[in-house]
Design a protein. Structure first.
Length: 757
């Protein structure tokens, strides 16, 4: 098919679909899809210039969904989407930009760790997994991609490969988790190469990640870019750590951006199981990520057998799940990396070579306390010298420690290319070391081992003279490992040096320990040290207000919020509005919500819309909800969908509810389920169940109504009783049992539906 023919066919079909959708006004389409009117004019031939075919799903898919919804095709199949994608691909002949159009090496200096032949970001097809963090082996090393000796084992257990492939099509961060040396990095690399063969790969320097979203070489590129975050916890240990906000900025560019990451299972558990305020931002990011767990091949007999056939020289059949060999058993990635031999070297050294054991253990603990920088050779020697058991090594000396470092950095004969200590060049030209991460995981309790405690004095000796960001991450790690005294000491050192973040963290830790007076002291220092627009200062003010409310001093709480809000910060305007409204000052509350909405706060837009709706201003409420929805707020989408549904505009209502539901808004999920249930759509149960499983009372009641109506009374009773015990369902007087509640109808979150049982 010729280029012109493909383009003509594409736009002929698009225009036919547009007419079938009753040719909506382009401003309406722009509001519904987030696509600019100018771009839409180009696609629909309103302007004289030749229309440009949309290049990415992010640019085109919302339009396709909107038009199909307006034609009454409420269930869009993947087949339809694929047909459009093929047609669009044929119509758009991609023209690669030359080196001049790409970011030069000078532009990317200090930001990207890998550069391509053109000195811009490298193409994924030109890299290999070892350049991106996979452990080198006797079969494969950096620069030896496509080697027949280094084949990839398809990960069929739990359909890991298929799940990664599907996840790469979604928004947000794709996070591969699993034990050390389970094949996380290699599996992710192979998926990216399969799904995104023409993507460029950005491996950012962890200290410069915050500079990427506004970087001209990133924003201006029309190429798909994969942001590669191997061992993502390292990106939390910086002055500008990775957050949900930063992730949103990374994926906001017009061309496709995919953020992928890896993280060991034990690190994920430690970071997400902590419920303290100190890890809130990290936890929020990890909880929203699309997580895919991968296990050692030794956990699945079929996968291990396939690995043994692919690499017969490794004798992996000895480590099969049905083997008579006792635990531990090792999988393909572990054996390829030489993990069993290095683990044995570490264990044997404990009894036979104390200096060697001390050297490896110090490097391991350096990483375990949250220091992701390499340990300098001199520091390693000094700490290992102090850690060696003199009673078992009477002739201990610095030369013996240096000899042990030399031994630890040399690959054992069985490991091929891996050693217990991995040498790296430091910025000052010296040599530093990182431990083999499998050994770190072993001392943290992986591989059926008992976790080894970190020596108490090590927290302080290993952070003597460290930068503030390092001390902060080490303090968080100490808190996660229940070393509260060490966390307090580390933050106090930074706070005494004038660091507001440390002051705030000390306040939070004090509050967790029940010392509200100490907490208030530190929060005050954090609030008064920085500018009130600073996020740390605003968070401190919020906590000060909360402490004021706790002791019943509402006037002081209002004073704190107003102090920050008067400086133009949107964050304190919302709780200030809530306090004013609780005192009956609805005008003051509305004024602050309008100010916050005026500077772009979507939560304020939704709350303002609800306030206007409650007082009967339907037009103002809808305008506020629509503004939030068009910016991308899922709750705004849900609220707008309900307003449209209330006046019978079910097509556009479903469009917004579906967008909100797909973004994870529980209100949109249950509202969409109600809308679909009322017209008998089979997808209704999926959305109602998803909402109910979030324990939101309205969602549970709606799911119970759905189950009751199809005769599943026992299951309906269960969900009704859950909501009953939560005692939060709006506007209903609860009967003693659900079977008596025959008059309870479906209820949209925010507005009762027309249905009446």
């Amino acid at each position: 098919m010729t280029k012109g023919g493909s383009r003509e066919q594409f736009f002929t079909k698009l225009h036919a679909l547009y007419r079938e959708a009753q040719s909506p006004d382009l401003p309406l389409v722009a509001k519904a899809t987030g696509i600019s009117v100018g771009t839409l004019k180009g696609w629909f031939g309103v302007e004289s210039r030749e229309p440009r075919v949309p290049r990415t799903d992010k640019q085109f898919k919302p339009l396709l969904e909107f038009l199909l919804h307006r034609t009454g095709k409420t269930r869009i199949t993947q087949h339809e989407i694929n047909l459009w994608a093929e047609l669009r691909s044929a119509a758009y002949q991609r023209k690669r930009k030359g080196p001049a159009a790409l970011a030069s090496s000078e532009v990317w200096a200090g930001l990207a760790q890998q550069l391509g032949a053109d000195r811009g970001l490298p193409w994924g097809r030109d890299l290999d997994p070892y350049q991106l963090g996979a452990t080198p082996t006797q079969f494969g090393q950096a620069g030896r991609a496509e080697s027949a000796e280094d084949p990839y084992l398809p990960r069929t257990a739990r359909k890991v490969d298929a799940e990664i492939d599907a996840a790469l099509d979604r928004q947000g961060m794709v996070l591969i988790t699993g034990p050390s040396k389970a094949g996380k990095t290699r599996s992710l690399f192979e998926a990216v190469r399969r799904k995104l063969p023409d993507a460029r790969i950005l491996v950012p320097d962890r200290h410069a990640l915050h500079l990427i979203p506004n970087h001209p070489g990133f924003v201006g590129s029309t190429d798909t870019i994969v942001v590669w975050l191997d061992d993502v916890q390292k990106f939390f240990a910086t002055d500008n750590p990775l957050t949900l906000t930063m992730l949103a900025h990374l994926t906001a560019r017009s061309a496709q951006t995919v953020v992928v990451a890896t993280l060991r299972s034990e690190a994920l558990d430690r970071l997400t199981h902590d419920t303290s305020e100190l890890t809130h931002d990290i936890r929020a990011l990890l909880e929203q990520a699309h997580k895919i767990e991968i296990a050692s091949t030794s956990e699945d007999a079929d996968e291990q057998a396939a690995a043994a056939a692919l690499y017969p020289s490794l004798q992996l059949e000895l480590h099969s799940p049905d083997s008579e060999q006792p635990r531990p058993r090792f999988g393909l990635a572990e054996v390829l990396a030489g993990a069993p031999a290095l683990l044995r070297q570490y264990d044997v050294a404990r009894f036979q070579d104390p200096p060697l054991h001390a050297v490896i253990q110090v490097a391991i603990d350096w990483a375990r306390i949250g220091r992701f920088d390499a340990i300098p050779e001199r520091t390693l020697s000094e700490l290992a010298l102090a850690a060696t058991d003199i009673a078992r090594c009477p002739n201990l000396s610095l030369p013996r420690i240096e000899a042990a470092i030399s031994t630890a950095r040399e690959p054992a004969e069985e490991t091929g290319y891996t050693s217990a200590l991995i040498a790296t060049l430091l910025p000052d030209g010296g040599i530093g070391y990182r431990p083999f991460d499998y050994l770190v995981a072993a001392d943290d309790g992986e591989h059926q081992r008992t976790p080894r405690p970190i020596p108490r004095p090590f927290w302080r000796t290993a952070t003597d003279g460290a930068e503030t960001a390092i001390r902060n991450m080490v303090a968080i790690t100490a808190r996660l490992r229940d070393e509260t005294d060490e966390a307090m000491w580390l933050w106090r050192c930074a706070a005494d040096a004038g660091e507001p973040t440390a002051m705030y963290n000390l306040g939070s830790l004090s509050r967790e320990c029940g010392r509200d007076r100490d907490a208030e002291t530190w929060y005050r220092r954090a609030a008064e040290t920085g500018e009130h627009q600073d996020e740390v200062a605003l968070d401190a003010i919020e906590r000060l207000a909360a402490l004021s409310i706790k002791r019943g001093d509402i006037d002081e709480a209002i004073s704190w919020y107003r102090r920050a809000a008067d400086r133009g910060a949107a964050k304190p305007m919302l709780p200030l509005a809530a306090l004013l409204r609780s005192r009956g000052d609805t005008k003051g509350a509305e004024d602050w919500l309008r100010r916050a909405a005026g500077i772009g706060d979507t939560t304020a837009m939704v709350q303002l819309g609800a306030m206007l709706r409650d007082r009967g201003d339907s037009k103002g409420a809808e305008a506020s909800f629509r503004r939030a929805a068009e910016i991308g707020d899922p709750e705004g989408m849900s609220a707008l969908g309900v307003r449209l549904y209330g006046r019978g505009e079910t097509t556009e209502s479903e469009y917004w509810l579906r967008r909100g539901a797909e973004a994870g808004c529980v209100y949109a999920e249950t509202n969409l389920g109600v809308l679909l249930a009322e017209r008998g759509d089979e997808d209704a149960e999926m959305w109602l169940r998803r909402g109910a499983n979030s324990w939101e009372p309205t969602a549970m009641i709606n799911y119970a109504v759905f189950l009751r109506d199809r005769g599943d009374t026992d299951e309906a009773n269960k969900f009704f009783n859950f909501a009953y015990f939560l005692n939060e369902y709006p506007g209903l007087r609860f009967p003693k049992s659900f079977t008596e509640a025959v008059e309870i109808p479906f209820v949209l979150h925010g507005q009762r539906s027309a249905r009446n049982n």
